[in-house]
Structure formats: C-alpha cells, structure tokens
Write a protein that binds this ligand. Structure first.
Ligand SMILES: Nc1ncnc2c1ncn2[C@@H]1O[C@H](COP(=O)(O)OP(=O)(O)OP(=O)(O)O)[C@@H](O)[C@H]1O
Length: 248
C-alpha cells in the first residue's frame, strides 16, 4: 500500500500562521486549500498508489518525494485535473474537482512540468497568449510585471524578444514559471520545475516563488524535487510516496 506521510523537513521556510484580511470564510491559513482522499492510480495493470490522501493548506509549501517511478508526476497531474481520477476525490476551495469547470480549475490549480511546451513566437508572445483565453479573461497582461518577474529570475528585457524555439531547457523553465506567476493561480504544482536551472537561477526561482507564496493569503506551493537540499530550503513538510509491494 502506498504510504503518504507528512514529515517535517530539516530547515525550510517558516510556515505562516497569522490570519490575514480578505481570506474567505472557511479558507483561512490553516484550512485545506487543496486536498485529496482515497486516490488510486494504475498504469498498465500496476497499482502505483491507492487510498492516497494529501492536504495542502493555504500558505503552505509542501514537497512530494518518492523514488523514481513512484508516481509523483502522475499525482501532480491528478491534482491539476490533467488526468482523470481512477478513484478517490480531489477538493479545491471546498468543492470537488469534478464540479469545477476545468479551465477555471486549472487556472487556479496549475501544473508546471519539468519540460514545458512553449508556444511558438517570441517569449513576449508566449507570455501574453493565455490572457486571451476565457479562463483568464478577468486578467490583463502587464508587460511591466513580466519584465519584473524575468528580472527577478536574472533575465533582462531583451529576453522577451527571443524566439521560444531557441531557448535552452533552463530558459524554457524560466519562461514557464514567469507565465504561471503572471496568471497568478492559487496552487502551483511544481514538477521538477527548476531542475534545468543553474544554482543561481534556482535560488532566484525559489526566492521568487516563496515571495509569491507569502504575498497573498490563499496560495500554496507543491514541489516535486529530487534535491533534498532544495526541499529543505523551500518546504517545511514532505509527503512521501512509497512504492507498492511488488512494484519493480
Ligand atoms: N502515460 C503513461 N502511460 C503508461 N505509464 C505511464 C504513463 N505516465 C507515467 N507512466 C508510468 O507511471 C510510473 C510513474 O510515473 P511518474 O512520472 O509519475 O513517476 P515519478 O515518481 O514522477 O518519477 P521520476 O522521479 O522519475 O520523475 C512510471 O513507471 C511511468 O513509466
């Protein structure tokens, strides 16, 4: 059976505990923002997890760990509504995932993959494009905000004019992270989302993400990272996926 345990990580960022103004009733900092219960996932007849539960509270930064192939990416994809649930339930904002219109849900619970697929055109085009989608129509693209985020990640304004097809893997991750933050979800699911960055860019991304987390009450971060030092820096709590008996 998959064991899903909350473990305190060494070090890490301090959790937030003070109530903040403007938090909807029932979604204070200690309440579950995103939760899952009874999740089951099989691949090609092999059970990866069953009866898996997870709770992420508003203001929390949580790491998901486990050996390669234990299903961390698939868990994040299930939480993001990208894969259908085989069993169990995911709740976001107090409502079952199945009751949310998916574009709205994914605008709130956003998955950031290790190898993001970038649209064609320039970095600026890529950052601007989702703002024309219905799920984001209440938002306005702000080029100054994009420049500020990229500057925080160590990239100057000329970066916006680069063609996305020419970007390195790490640069692609910076663009994907910038776009996700511009769209301002509630929960960011980071699937090795800094794995292609050099150490300095990684630290910049971590600072940016933790600053984002701390600057509004109803946000949370979930990190999949194989780097224990990173997990210790960014996530005070770890949830560990353990392979089922008999799993290769
Ligand atoms: N679309 C798919 N079809 C079939 N098998 C899949 C699919 N996606 C993932 N798997 C398998 O499911 C298992 C879990 O994959 P997943 O990518 O979630 O693992 P992970 O814990 O994130 O691994 P890693 O740490 O190596 O990134 C793996 O054995 C993988 O081969």
């Amino acid at each position: 059976m998959v064991d899903c345990r909350g473990q305190p990580a060494a070090g890490g960022v301090p959790g937030r505990s003070l109530p903040r103004p403007g938090v909807p009733v029932g979604l204070g900092p200690l309440m579950a923002l995103l939760s899952a219960s009874g999740l089951r996932r099989t691949v090609e007849g092999r059970t990866l997890w069953q009866d898996l539960g997870l709770t992420v509270r508003a203001g929390e930064s949580v790491a998901v760990t486990g050996p390669s192939g234990s299903g961390k990416s698939l868990l994040l994809r299930a939480l993001a509504g990208l894969d259908p649930l085989e069993g169990g339930e995911v709740m976001y904002g107090g409502l079952p995932q199945s009751t949310w219109p998916m574009p709205q849900y994914r605008a709130q619970v956003t998955y950031l993959p290790q190898r993001p697929a970038l649209d064609g055109g320039t970095v600026l085009d890529h950052l601007r494009r989702p703002f024309s989608l219905a799920a984001h129509r209440h938002r306005t693209f702000d080029v100054a905000a994009a420049e500020a985020l990229l500057a925080a990640l160590g990239r100057e304004g000329a970066f916006l004019r680069l063609d996305t097809s020419t970007l390195s893997g790490g640069e692609g991750q910076l663009v994907a992270l910038t776009r996700a933050l511009l769209l301002d979800p509630a929960v960011l699911l980071l699937d090795e989302a800094t794995a292609s960055l050099d150490p300095e860019a990684t630290r910049r991304a971590e600072r940016l993400l933790l600053g984002w987390l701390g600057s509004a009450p109803r946000r949370a971060l979930v990190w999949v990272s194989h780097d224990p030092a990173q997990r210790a820096r960014v996530a005070p709590r770890e949830v560990t996926l353990q392979p089922q008996a008999g799993t290769p």
